[in-house]
Design a protein around this ligand. Structure first.
Ligand code: NAD
Length: 484
């Protein structure tokens, strides 16, 4: 099978600035196909001069774009949604090649990512304002919503299309212009989307993309530049903390979508087959490389063995291989470092007494593969339980009471997602309310939905993306006090 089909036409592997492909004054870097370890493309990296050009282009385009009729802004996004569907196969293939996910996951991501353009196309004409009478009756209070301005967007590699559209969609709907810095493992999808948005009618300078393999200096310089008014970041909590500190001197509006450590709770009255079905999605979607991925299976001991046996059977049936092969159920991890990190977490847990029910050894190359793995008897205080595994590893922790489950579920600095299976809805709602997370899948293994507010509490982030809340992140409120 040909695991390296040609890349699609219509975009260039270089910075996209002011509606043109720039030559790039930074270091060139290679994008690898994680299924083979081979070079897929060499990208001209963006350097300091490109950053200056992109910020100039974005701030020059701002007055025109923010005063463009909301309906027209929405129509550009709507057209981008349609183009993504017309090119779905091409875009899905590109994502599979540069990131490794299975074609099925990549196709699902194209649909999910495009939906942010459709949703925010519909939100653009609904940006509100208010007229109130002051409680004293002395004056009126007129509230206006304005675009924040030029936004710096920083995205991760795990959902290269959706993490970009989830920011670009609301930013453009609100009337902001953007400079996007995609992850170094997956810049091609972002560059493809820049070309697609231009075709959809986004004027030059409204969307700029700066690929680089040295994100630190470029992002720091962007955050220090007075033209930037907002930072929206999706990625690890460690980098999020660093960027929040860099955003502090200029008191930048900041949105943070950070890491997670999701508990997946199965109570003894749950429909176990449904829970296993949900676990396959919550654990294995994207090869386990999702911030929402189930990280700790907290299962009532009455059903722990049944759940473990059924989940192990399902995971054992997944075929490991290149994502581009339609028979593949589990693709490669994004890069070599990812395989090394997962190996370290699993090996440490096993050395501490955890038992392997499935997998646990990465195969020889080529490519960066880690097999579906199931562990029992791991220490709930091990790094396997406290860190994001970000891979196809399910560790199951039996518990004897709901109180124990709740205490364990909340014993983490993260608070992004939780999953809970029970046939008793009232019990499920009661426990859900006490889980310290931003999102809960109650008898569901998937929470992501462009129409819902996505985001975390505690050290999983600040702000929400999607839903009615998503556009708020890109709007400022100002008010006029007046008397008539
Ligand atoms: P990462 O934090 O390493 O990188 C994210 C982005 O930050 C990339 O674009 C990277 O180039 C950039 N970056 C890295 N170091 C930087 C620095 N010093 N200065 C400026 N920018 C820098 O994360 P990742 O490995 O790409 O993604 C995985 C992480 O993202 C996981 O923790 C996952 O949970 C999280 N994530 C969260 C969400 C969410 O919505 N909450 C969604 C997807 C992924």
């Amino acid at each position: 099978m040909n695991t390296s089909p040609e890349l699609p036409q219509g975009f260039s592997t270089s910075p996209y600035i002011g509606g043109e492909w720039a030559s790039g004054d930074g270091e060139p870097f290679d994008v690898l196909n994680p299924a083979t370890g081979e070079v897929l493309a060499t990208v001209s990296g963006a350097g300091p001069r490109d950053l200056q050009s992109a910020l100039a282009a974005a701030s020059d385009a701002l007055p025109g774009w923010s005063s463009t009729a909301p309906r027209v802004r929405g129509e550009v996004l709507r057209r981008a949604f349609e183009l993504m569907h017309e090119r779905a196969e091409e875009l899905a293939t590109l994502m599979t090649l540069e990131m490794g996910k299975t074609l099925a996951d990549a196709r699902a991501e194209v649909g999910y990512a495009a939906e942010f353009f459709r949703w925010f196309a519909e939100e653009a004409p609904r940006i509100g304002g208010e007229l109130r009478t002051a409680p004293s009756g002395a004056n009126r209070i007129l509230t206006l919503r304005k675009p924040v301005g030029v936004c710096l967007l920083v995205t991760p590699w795990n959902f290269p299309a959706a993490m970009a559209t989830r920011k670009i969609g609301p930013a453009l709907a609100a009337g902001c212009t953007v400079v996007l810095k995609p992850a170094e493992d997956t810049p091609l999808t972002a560059l493809y989307l820049a070309a697609l948005l231009a075709e959809a009618g986004a004027p030059a300078g409204v969307v700029n993309v700066l690929p680089t393999a040295q994100p630190g200096p470029l992002v720091a310089a962007g955050l220090a530049d007075e033209r930037v008014r907002k930072l929206s970041f999706t990625g690890s909590t460690a980098v999020g903390r660093l960027l929040l500190a860099q955003a502090a001197p200029r008191v930048l509006r900041s949105s943070m979508e950070l890491g997670g450590n999701a508990p997946f709770i199965v109570l003894e009255d749950a429909d176990i087959d449904a829970a296993v079905e949900g676990a396959m999605i919550a654990k294995l979607r994207n090869g386990g490389q999702a911030c929402t991925a189930a990280n700790r299976f907290l299962v009532r001991e009455e059903v722990a063995e049944e759940f473990t046996a059924k989940l192990t059977d399902r995971m054992a049936a997944l075929r490991l291989g290149p994502g581009i092969d339609p028979a593949t159920g589990l693709g490669p991890m994004v890069n070599r470092r990812a395989v090394e990190r997962i190996t370290k977490l699993v090996d440490a847990a096993v050395a501490d007494g955890a038992k392997l029910r499935l997998g646990g050894t990465s195969p020889d190359g080529p490519g960066y593969f880690y097999p579906a793995t199931v562990l029992t008897d791991a220490d709930p205080a091990s790094t396997l339980a406290t860190e994001e595994v970000f891979g196809p590893v399910a560790a199951i922790y039996p518990a004897s009471s709901d109180e124990q489950i709740l205490a364990q579920a909340n014993a983490t600095e993260y608070g992004l997602t939780g999953y809970l299976y029970t046939r008793d809805l009232a019990r499920g709602l009661r426990i859900s309310e006490q889980l310290e997370v931003g999102m809960i899948g109650l008898n569901r293994g998937l929470v992501s939905d462009p129409a819902a507010p996505f985001g975390g509490v505690r050290q999983s982030g600040l702000g929400r993306e999607g839903g009615f809340e998503g556009i708020e992140e890109y709007l400022e409120t100002s008010y006029i006090a007046t008397t008539w």
